[in-house]
Design a protein around this ligand. Structure first.
Ligand code: UDP
Length: 393
């Protein structure tokens, strides 16, 4: 018998929330195994020498409409209100993204902008949001022309850099994340709750994991301790059968040793720079759809309004994921199309054969989760398992 009731692989949001639920709600002894030298997954942040909080795996801006997620996380952190704003470098001007009525008036002469505004309001409603691929289907010439401009100047080149293909060749949900907004609202997100953990994400996840029933082991590749016996559908932990729950938040293809093929991802390379001046750019993020090999620059000090004589920025260079190349082996974004969906479904079917394994999170579900989706998914899954008969263990 293992000393643990639950083993969680991965100490990001999903793993931490699952661990906390089992530890606090069922008094289970939980072991969390993390391969990186730190907790918090891709939300990992730290304070650098100039006193600025840096997001090591790119900018993470928390926003949610999910009441339960907000209430749950608020037990573990205080929040600093923050509404994310993004500018886009378009034809030498910095204009608001998502494209909204302010953007319209910056790019069009007033008279023409007024006509387009009236059409947008008529067809999509004041305050409406329309994905670019929808707007392109408009039957009205003026809206078609607008859609063409927005598509060409804001979407096609950014998406080609980010995904290696055009907006039509990825799931429409992806570009729909940044719709055209029929209002003067310049914010990137429109959710009810928008805030950053005041002491950072690492601290927040540390607080979630801070429970007497939870042990965290860092720098451990889970495959050195755990494996699946695919003949018996049993989990083997330290060479013994493990009858407790295994929560797996990593990549399913890796867990099954790629026997059903590899799942593709997009990865990123980050170029961090500390610059000897107070401010680099006027907003947290500036997108460069049409210039440079990078997609965007984020200046971190704006997020928590930190004061420093220096500033830290990061440029994001998208690239294909390659598990054999240390420069490209972080799987940031699943690429969901019909073929990859089929492949993940095969892996999910196989994992279902293991009655005591739960797959949770963005990687294991192969979904483009925001942070709040990951937390909601973990809350929901832990609740389901605890209610089920096996959950009683
Ligand atoms: N996008 C774009 N131009 C932009 C911003 C976003 O074409 O200026 C598209 C692009 O395909 C991107 C998607 O919208 O991958 C979603 O953008 P989001 O900012 O949500 O991406 P994330 O922050 O998750 O990388």
């Amino acid at each position: 018998m293992s000393q643990y009731d639950v083993i969680v692989v991965g100490a990001g949001f999903s793993g931490a929330v699952m661990a906390e639920r089992f530890a606090s709600q069922q008094n289970k002894k939980v072991l969390v195994i993390e391969q990186r030298p730190h907790i918090a997954g891709n939300c990992y942040d730290y304070t650098d020498d100039s006193g600025i909080t840096v997001h090591h795996y790119g900018p993470h801006l928390f926003h949610t409409n999910k009441e339960n997620v907000w209430q749950y996380l608020s037990q573990f952190t205080q929040w600093t209100p923050y509404e994310h704003k993004v500018l886009g470098s378009i034809d030498g001007k910095l204009v608001p993204i998502p494209f909204n009525l302010n953007t319209l008036y910056q790019l069009y002469p007033d008279g023409q902008a007024q006509e387009i505004e009236a059409l947008l309001v008529k067809h999509y409603g004041a305050g409406g949001k329309v994905p670019i691929l929808e707007l392109r289907k408009s039957k009205f010439v003026a809206l078609q022309q607008l859609a063409e401009l927005v598509y060409q100047k804001f979407f096609v080149n950014y998406t080609t850099k980010q995904w290696g293909c055009s907006p039509e060749d990825i799931s429409p949900e992806v570009t729909a994340r940044v719709p055209i907004v029929v209002s003067r609202d310049d914010r990137y997100f429109h959710d009810k709750y928008q805030a950053i953990p005041s002491q950072g994400y690492t601290q927040l996840i540390g607080n979630i994991l801070k429970h007497d029933n939870i042990e965290v082991r860092l720098n451990i590749d889970a495959t050195t301790l755990l494996r699946l016996n695919c003949k018996t559908n049993k989990v083997i932990f330290e060479e013994h059968e493990f009858a407790g729950k295994l929560v797996f938040t990593g990549m399913l293809d890796q867990l099954f040793e790629y026997t059903e093929g590899e799942l593709p991802y997009r990865s990123l390379q980050f170029d961090f720079q500390t610059i000897d001046k107070k401010e680099f750019q006027p907003s947290t993020t500036v997108n460069y759809p049409n210039e440079h090999a990078y997609t965007r620059i984020t200046e971190f000090k704006h997020i928590l309004q930190q004061q420093s004589d220096k500033t830290v920025i990061v440029k994001e260079y998208p690239q294909d994921y390659d598990r054999h190349d240390p420069q490209k082996n972080i799987p940031y974004y699943p690429i969901f199309n019909a073929e990859n969906q089929q492949r993940i479904d095969v892996y999910k079917k196989r994992i279902e054969g293991f009655v005591n394994v739960i797959s949770a999170g963005r990687l294991a579900n192969y979904k483009y989760y925001n942070m709040d989706d990951a937390v909601e998914n973990a809350l929901c899954l832990s609740c389901q398992v605890m209610k089920s008969r096996e959950g009683l263990m």
